[in-house]
Design a protein around this ligand. Structure first.
Ligand SMILES: Nc1ncnc2c1ncn2[C@@H]1O[C@H](COP(=O)(O)OP(=O)(O)OP(=O)(O)O)[C@@H](O)[C@H]1O
Length: 240
């Protein structure tokens, strides 16, 4: 199955924020999305899962094998930890997500699917480590039974080792048959797990680069902006 995004544009009364984004992915694949801050990455995610603000106007086509994408077949693992209800145990929250998608699921199986032990079901969000909370956010998307998962900044705030484990989990979700879109500023991490990386700048789709071009100085990247983005990540951080 192929999810195809064609000419996706989004505008608000204040103006156009996304202009002509096109890319596709198959189930079993990871596609990365990166770009400068405010480039429109979260807007793409919201458009895909049908969660744009009410004053947004969307244009373009989102299809699966030629038919319009069915909303409940795609789910967002949100960026913000406050998407979790601070007053509800993790297990209860996963059940809520499943109910919203009109399905029943096995909480412990969903937790195991994101590498979390059964006891996590009884924990409240404030009892989770950063890495566990990121996994629970992914679990909220999996609890819906969606085929397509959009993970918005799933490694933000994590150290290198925890980030690597989350990226490897996302690759595993694709290997188990999901189509996974990962939004991240960590281009080095994305290049390790994604087949392609969609690069956005100020609402424009700069290019979709195959992961294999993220080597050395990135000479095979088509656009200057993409090369600059890649090289900025390779450069050692300047001492404070
Ligand atoms: N409700 C809204 N009304 C008007 N403009 C908005 C609204 N939501 C987002 N925008 C604008 O859309 C643009 C893209 O925002 P978006 O959050 O998608 O960027 P992003 O690439 O995810 O950024 P970051 O990497 O910082 O999270 C920004 O210019 C933002 O100000």
């Amino acid at each position: 199955m192929t999810l195809k995004i064609e000419d996706l544009s989004v505008s608000f009364p204040t103006g156009l924020v996304l202009d002509g984004v096109s890319f596709s992915l198959d189930r079993g694949e990871v596609v990365g999305m990166t770009g400068s801050s405010g480039a429109g990455k979260s807007i793409v995610a919201e458009a895909l899962v049908g969660a744009l603000p009410p004053d947004a106007i969307r244009a373009g086509r989102i299809t699966v094998d030629g038919a319009p994408l069915v909303p409940r077949t795609i789910a967002l693992a949100p960026q913000r930890l406050d998407a979790l209800d601070p007053l509800a145990q993790v297990g209860r929250q996963l059940e809520r997500f499943a109910r919203l998608a009109d399905r029943s699921m096995d909480v412990l199986a969903v937790l195991a699917g994101v590498g979390l032990p059964a006891r996590t079901a009884r924990l409240y969000p404030h009892e989770l480590s950063g890495g566990m909370a990121r996994r629970v956010l992914l679990a909220t998307a999996l609890a819906t039974g969606a085929d397509w998962i959009v993970a918005d900044e799933p490694t933000v705030g994590l150290d290198d080792a925890a980030s690597r484990r989350i990226l490897s989990l996302l690759a595993d979700l694709a290997a188990s048959g999901h189509g996974v879109i990962v939004i991240s500023h960590d281009l080095i991490g994305l290049a390790k797990i994604a087949a392609r990386v969609v690069i956005l700048r100020q609402g424009r789709h700069v290019e979709t680069a195959s992961a294999s071009v993220f080597t050395g100085p990135g000479a095979d990247l088509r656009e200057e902006f993409s090369r600059a983005l890649w090289q900025a990540q390779l450069a050692p951080a300047s001492p404070c």
